[in-house]
Design a protein around this ligand. Structure first.
Ligand SMILES: Nc1nc2c(ncn2[C@@H]2O[C@H](COP(=O)(O)OP(=O)(O)O)[C@@H](O)[C@H]2O)c(=O)[nH]1
Ligand SMILES: [Mg+2]
Length: 201
């Protein structure tokens, strides 16, 4: 079982992603500020475990407190054996402040090669335009936009943090688009961790 830590700003869809991947409705969706718990919640999917975290991006002091808590928990608490970080961003966002902060404060140095960026809300990437709601797919204009956004996100992260992440995967937790691909991606990573040869380049 590979353990993933799901992290990102409030409202990006961490809990929705966990629910759609686990096929259960256990993670609470739409809670702004999470309760001030001193532990993380783990949810089992087929072949891996997802750990939900409090949302970031609600102000400097709150963020510092959350980041300290998360870091403390994953480094010092034997109950959490986090192998890989899943940083969720909104496909339409251009504000990467929270992502950089997570990479600087939580990922480095131990997880710098063990991060995936997940772009959720693909349906909303162009403010809902070019989304084919009938077939639940992006039209070609939106698909191009998503591909460009994925590459530019990767490039910005490299430029701002020096960390080389894989090209982000995009999907939509709310509509289910791309969720199978995401699940396959996580299963593949899981397998690599299990076999002891996860990406180290
Ligand atoms: N349109 C759209 N809305 C989404 C998507 N994923 C999540 N949401 C909505 O975004 C809001 C916040 O989601 P939540 O999972 O609670 O975010 P969290 O704070 O990161 O855990 C909820 O109203 C969700 O229904 C998506 O892919 N598309
Ligand atoms: Mg949540």
């Amino acid at each position: 079982m590979t353990h993933f830590l799901v992290i990102g700003g409030t409202g990006v869809g961490k809990s929705s992603t966990i629910n759609v991947l686990t096929g259960k409705n256990l993670a609470k969706v739409g809670y702004g500020s999470e309760p001030q718990t001193q532990k993380l919640m783990g949810y089992g999917a087929k072949g891996y475990v997802l750990w939900d975290t409090p949302g970031l991006g609600e102000g400097l002091n709150e963020d510092m407190r959350h980041i300290r808590l998360i870091k403390e928990l994953i480094t010092n608490n034997a109950a959490y054996r986090i192998q890989h970080l899943l940083v969720i961003v909104e496909a339409n966002k251009r504000d990467y402040g929270t992502v950089y902060k997570v990479i600087e404060e939580i990922a480095k140095p131990r997880y710098a090669l063990h991060i995936s960026i997940l772009m959720n809300q693909a349906d909303q990437a162009m403010k809902g335009r070019n989304w084919d709601g009938i077939n639940n797919l992006p039209t070609s204009a939106l698909l191009s936009f998503l591909n460009e956004q994925a590459l530019s996100t990767q490039e910005r992260i490299m430029r701002n943090t020096g960390v080389k992440v894989a090209t982000p995967v995009f999907y939509s937790a709310a509509t289910g688009y791309g969720v199978d691909t995401l699940d396959q991606h996580l299963k593949q990573l899981s397998l690599e961790y299990k076999n002891g040869h996860a990406r180290k380049d």
